[in-house]
Design a protein around this ligand. Structure first.
Ligand SMILES: [Zn+2]
Length: 90
């Protein structure tokens, strides 16, 4: 299936805060209090997007973006680990 560029849904990276095509970003969701990499982008629930870029991950952590978005205190080390894993798998 081919989609026009203009039809690609845009999502905002919580690190650099740029709106980018959803399929260029990594999605993470909170499930049972745990952050998981949502590879198929199908999980319901609270989630966020990040560029496939370590500097965006670092910005998000420094800015405490996760706590704001997920509305709960989160273990940033856990997020780091999950996000790094997702980064490395691409
Ligand atoms: Zn970014």
């Amino acid at each position: 299936m081919r989609r026009k560029l203009t039809e690609r849904p845009m999502r905002r990276c919580i690190g650099c805060r740029q709106s980018l095509p959803q399929d260029t970003l990594m999605r993470f969701t909170l499930r049972d209090g745990e952050i998981i990499a949502d590879r198929d982008q199908r999980n319901d629930g609270r989630g966020f997007y990040l560029c496939r870029d370590r500097s965006c991950l670092e910005k998000a952590i420094k800015g405490k973006a996760f706590n704001r978005i997920l509305r709960s205190a989160v273990d940033t080390e856990k997020i780091m680990r999950v996000a790094e894993e997702a980064l490395n798998s691409n």
